[in-house]
Design a protein around this ligand. Structure first.
Ligand code: ZN
Length: 324
């Protein structure tokens, strides 16, 4: 009998990753390609289908594909749609309908941070944990919130977006149209904006003064901070302070046992975690002090969102089987 696998697809603002995973969370045959979110969705779908067909041609001698799970920004679990994410020019896309028609398999979608939370719950740091939050720190800031063992979807299917809570009224303009959202400060783009604010405010020497805004990346800020550049270090301290405070507020709302940080910025290790932890503890409600852990994701093989997308469709199929 062939081994059953799910296909997980993580559509990101920069890259899209797909991979196969079995029911134990072993991920394989994963690959990435550029999303090119400025091009039409029809063009993206053609490129995606080519990759999927190639992956299936390689694997289906040995494996049976049971379904497809998708993680995408503004992925709407209830509607099966991608609801016009702010950095894409796609508008609203009926992805589940399109993929079901194309592949004649069960398909489910959720947003990337929710998928990461499912991945952590099934295979990662949150196995057996009933209350936790996953924060994904990429181009933007996503969050998946699990309360009493259930992912929070809310009335419209889009709940749990810490990235679009306003932490600085009248602050930096956000892609969502408002000002001062958390993700404009705590994300790879956010830390670059912080660097340029600090460069304007301060006179001290910094190797970052040589880099233009369009050339600056979070990786370059990280590399400078590793070389003890004071301004790069100040940028991490500022980012950590804002994230620590925001997470302390999230604890007051959701009461998690653990908070898992994932994504590019989280790889900065103590540079980010030390200030986050300090400002988090300083701002926690007294009753939670010393009781909530903030830890990095340990899933490295495959993307956690790809694994989570696989977990999503596996759960959906289980639900359907139970109902029959
Ligand atoms: Zn926003």
């Amino acid at each position: 009998m062939k081994k059953k696998v799910a296909l997980g697809i993580d559509i990101g603002g920069t890259n899209t990753t797909l991979g196969l995973a079995d029911e134990q969370g072993q991920c394989f045959d994963d690959e990435s390609f550029p999303t090119w979110a400025h091009q039409s969705f029809a063009r993206f779908f053609e490129r995606l289908a080519e990759k999927i067909d190639a992956a299936l041609a390689r694997s289906l001698q040995e494996y049976e594909l049971i379904g497809i799970g998708v993680a995408a920004p503004a992925g709407n679990y209830y509607q099966g749609t991608i609801d016009a994410p702010s950095n894409f020019c796609w508008g609203k896309v009926e992805l589940v309908r399109l993929m079901t028609e194309h592949y004649h398999l069960p398909v489910a979608i959720t947003n990337d941070a929710n998928a990461a939370a499912l991945g952590e719950m099934m295979y990662g740091q949150a196995k057996g944990v009933q209350n936790f939050i996953v924060v994904t720190l990429g181009t933007g800031l996503g969050s998946g919130i699990v309360v009493n063992g259930n992912l929070i979807y809310g009335h419209g299917g889009l709940a749990g977006e810490l990235g679009h809570t306003i932490i600085e009224p009248g602050g930096r303009q956000c892609g969502c149209g408002r000002h001062g959202c958390l993700e404009m400060y705590v994300s790879s783009r956010g830390i670059c904006r912080t660097v340029f604010e600090l460069l304007a405010q301060r006179l001290d020497d910094s190797e970052l003064r040589q880099i233009s805004f369009n050339e600056l990346t979070a990786e370059k800020v990280y590399a400078s901070a590793q070389r003890d550049d004071p301004l790069a270090r100040a940028a991490f301290e500022y980012t950590g302070r804002i994230l620590g405070r925001a997470l302390a507020d999230a604890v007051a709302c959701f009461g998690p046992e653990v908070i898992i940080l994932f994504g590019g910025l989280a790889k900065a290790g103590p540079l980010l975690f030390a200030p986050v932890q300090r400002h988090f503890e300083d701002n926690l409600l007294h009753v939670y002090k010393g009781k909530v852990k903030i830890i990095p994701s340990i899933v490295s093989k495959c993307s956690i969102a790809v694994l989570g997308a696989c977990a999503l469709i596996q759960k959906e199929i289980e639900k359907t089987n139970r109902a029959v």
